[in-house]
Design a protein around this ligand. Structure first.
Ligand code: ZN
Length: 479
């Protein structure tokens, strides 16, 4: 079934346009004369409020939040500028996505106004829900049960093939991993990765797919010419959302190799290109250690491909050898807050090193004796919080495979080593990578200071005591 979706031009919501009143503990009332929200996708949302009161309104605040699967309440409160106390007020506030970091299209959000008058009475408007819609493209929608696919470029067969890939992924995840999709998930299929980046205000990079498991949204840039990649990516990103939703706990922390391994597993058998890359890495014993794959993946496309393929292989080894029930138990361990070392041991009875040795043995390799170069190579997981400043979920990013042309960054050259989803975000990765050096420098400086300071302090104490005849201390002791 197909229907028209999001063909709305500029969205203008006149909410309670006829005016509404808020009872003020039976003494006063405030009349809202205008309450508008205008979307300018993908840049900003403009909120406008006009209100009247018999008592001057002294303070106006806008509260808003997002519909995300989050443990924390994510209410943000802003105070619009230039509101003078008056009986008649007109207020606007703009949510600038370029400054805050963008929301994925399809995000659900709410807002309400909080007004305080000169008597100290507070009035709160009804909570109103909105959907951050991408009205740039002429979207169509097809669905299957609780999976919705929105697309605007390509024919119906193209869209149906992508939706079918999602349905197959759902079934595979439920059958082999034991995680079930219980909530609606929306897949937005952009015609190109450039158009996807434009929608979420991305920097150029090699991102091809984004999974927002907290808001049940997947964004992919794929055209009919790279449908095969699109089918895998739909399955992959959907798996991230479903598995992310399978945890009740806010603190479940799944190692990267398992998170990505499960997502690649959901794609079906490893594709020939990745299988060859993995076999080459096995033949050369140029694999990553399990600890190295637990924190993050290299963003260099070539090495990232090894990371994904190896993670798939390790995950498939667990599922094929020990079965679905054990995998379900492993995920339950994460849900209970165990770290992956303990979760592995509690579930399978082996340590990380024993697991690694067993998996390597299954590939005809001896246990790792000393860390290989690949094992100690620092890795950076291409996951980031795309909404700086807003309390919402991070996205899981999937690279465009090396079989696709890589986007050229400004000025040419290779694709950047570090994908940046939002350039205004604080660069934690740089800080963390520089952390040991900083600590070392600080320690050295502190030690030097102490070494120099002690004789100086002792010298001055001695001088003071010796020069002060009233001091009862024994100057000889000081010396
Ligand atoms: Zn992934």
């Amino acid at each position: 079934m197909k229907n028209k979706f999001l063909n709305i031009g500029v969205l203008l919501l006149i909410i309670f346009g006829a005016g509404w009143q808020i009872a003020a503990t039976a003494r006063q009332s405030i009349t809202i004369e205008r309450d508008d929200v205008v979307f300018d996708f993908p840049n900003e949302i403009n909120f406008t409020l006009e209100a009247a009161s018999s008592v001057p309104i002294e303070r106006v605040e806008l509260e808003y939040g997002l519909d995300v699967n989050s443990c924390a309440t994510d209410t943000t409160r802003v105070v619009p500028d230039d509101v003078e106390p008056a009986e008649q007020i007109s207020v606007t506030w703009t949510w600038n996505m370029r400054r805050s970091g963008s929301l994925p299209p399809g995000s659900r959000m709410w807002y309400r106004w909080r007004l305080t008058d000169a008597n100290g009475e507070t009035f709160i408007s009804e909570q109103t829900w909105l959907t951050w819609l991408d009205d740039i493209h002429d979207w169509q929608t097809i669905s299957n049960d609780n999976l919705f696919l929105h697309w605007y470029q390509g024919d119906a067969d193209f869209a149906q093939a992508l939706l079918d890939a999602g349905v197959e992924s759902q079934a595979r995840i439920e059958r082999d991993i034991g995680a079930e999709q219980t909530k609606d998930v929306h897949l937005y299929i952009y015609g190109t990765t450039d158009e996807l980046r434009d929608a979420i205000l991305f920097e150029p990079g090699w991102t091809g797919g984004l999974a927002y498991s907290n808001s049940n949204i997947v964004l992919i840039g794929v055209s009919e010419s790279n449908l095969e990649w699109g089918l895998d990516t739909v399955a992959h990103e959907l798996a991230h959302v479903i598995i992310g939703n399978s945890f009740d706990s806010c603190y479940a922390s799944v190692p990267t190799w398992l998170n990505e391994g499960l997502a690649v597993y959901a794609e079906g058998p490893l594709n020939a290109g990745s299988a060859n890359v993995l076999q080459d890495a096995i033949d050369e014993d140029n694999l990553y250690s399990v600890p190295a794959l637990s924190e993050g993946f290299s963003e260099h496309p070539g090495r990232a491909q090894v990371s994904y393929a190896q993670s798939y292989s390790m995950t498939a080894y667990l599922i094929d050898t020990y079965g679905q029930d054990k995998m379900r138990e492993l995920l339950r361990q994460f849900d209970e807050g165990y770290r992956y070392e303990a979760a592995l041991e509690n579930t399978y009875g082996f340590t990380v090193a024993e697991f690694e040795a067993a998996w390597r043995a299954s590939k005809g390799l001896a246990p790792i004796a000393v860390p290989t170069e690949a094992a100690v190579e620092p890795t950076v997981y291409p996951t980031f919080a795309p909404y700086g400043g807003q309390t919402v979920a991070a996205a899981t990013v999937t690279p465009i495979p090396t079989s696709q042309p890589l986007p050229t960054p400004p000025g040419g050259g290779e694709a950047p080593e570090t994908t940046s989803g939002a350039s205004d975000l604080f660069d934690w990765q740089s800080l963390l990578s520089g952390f040991p050096l900083i600590v070392l420098l600080c320690t050295c400086l502190f030690t030097l200071t102490v070494i120099i300071a002690i004789p100086v302090v002792l010298f001055f104490m001695g001088s003071r005591r010796k020069s002060n005849p009233a001091d009862n201390g024994d100057p000889i002791d000081v010396e």
